[in-house]
Design a protein around this ligand. Structure first.
Ligand SMILES: C[S@@+](CC[C@H](N)C(=O)[O-])C[C@H]1O[C@@H](n2cnc3c(N)ncnc32)[C@H](O)[C@@H]1O
Length: 259
């Protein structure tokens, strides 16, 4: 853990609360049913088997990283097992995404940063009737993600720099988006740009998840600014990620919650 992250964790640890601080019925149930629940359907077992295989895969390739890079591994050449170990969110978080999609029956999902496609698989499996639009610059990672997801017919893979591929896709299809999981270029500017590009496609029921909000000063600045935007009516900080809500019935509140 880098020094900035360690400091951030210390602050989070002292600020985080649980269901007892939540007076809104929506957030109370969201917390207990989706954040704290550990319920997961058996049909995700095969996704975790795929993750386990990737964690042992010694294949090495040169990565085309258009993001802020890795703080653990600065080399341009990486093994699949190193990417699986350091770049993917953990099973607990993947299962949280799965529960959100099932609970709200979300039908239109954007993932920024496909990597090896493990979270893509969770999101596609959570609702086979949903469309998952996933974006990745690295062709080698994308090849693995396609293989991991060969059974899922509801995924649209978009290769290239998100700065181009995301506006292109949104312009062409003009979809409304229920859920965004942004985990690609970990810089301040890219994080704000992604939000601005997607915002016109969100509805009052949408949820925008930004990963690694405490990863660097830039990511934290983006998070602090976005949660204050007038369109954002509430937020949850889970340390690993932040969630933004847009329902105008909510009284503006920011929660820091144990995950
Ligand atoms: C942290 S990984 C994503 C992990 C994935 N969400 C998961 O947990 O399974 C970030 C990915 O975003 C990709 N990425 C970063 N910047 C990008 C950009 N500007 N355009 C497209 N992909 C980008 C990287 O190549 C990398 O594979």
């Amino acid at each position: 853990m880098n020094f900035f992250l360690a400091q951030e964790y210390f602050k989070y640890f002292h600020l985080k609360t649980d269901e007892h601080s939540l007076h809104s019925p929506f957030f109370y149930h969201f917390y207990l049913k989706l954040i704290k629940s550990s319920s997961i359907s058996n049909d995700c077992k095969s996704i975790e088997e795929n993750r386990a295989a990737l964690l042992k895969d010694e294949t090495e390739f040169v990565i085309k990283d258009l993001g802020a890079g890795s703080k653990v591994n600065q080399s341009k050449s990486r093994t699949v097992k190193s990417i699986a170990r350091h770049s993917l969110s953990n099973p607990k978080f993947s299962q949280f995404l799965y529960r959100i999609i099932q609970h709200f029956n979300f039908e239109s999902i954007i993932e920024l940063g496909t990597s090896l496609g493990i979270n893509t698989a969770y999101m596609a499996q959570a609702n086979p009737d949903a469309s998952v639009f996933t974006f990745e610059a690295d062709p080698n990672a994308l090849k693995i993600a396609r293989e991991v997801n060969k059974e899922h017919k509801n995924i649209n893979f978009h290769e290239g720099d998100i700065a181009n591929s995301l506006p292109n896709m949104l312009q062409k299809s003009n979809p409304t988006i229920d859920l965004v999981y942004a985990d690609a270029n970990h810089t301040y500017q890219a994080s704000v740009d992604y939000f601005n590009i997607i915002l016109p496609h969100l509805t009052s029921g949408s949820i925008y998840i930004m990963d690694d909000i405490h990863w660097s000063a830039g990511m934290k600045k983006a998070w602090e600014e976005l949660k204050e935007r007038k369109e954002v009516t509430s937020s949850i900080d889970l340390f690993d990620a932040g969630l933004l809500f847009f329902n105008s019935d909510f009284k503006k509140q920011h929660h820091v919650l144990d995950f």
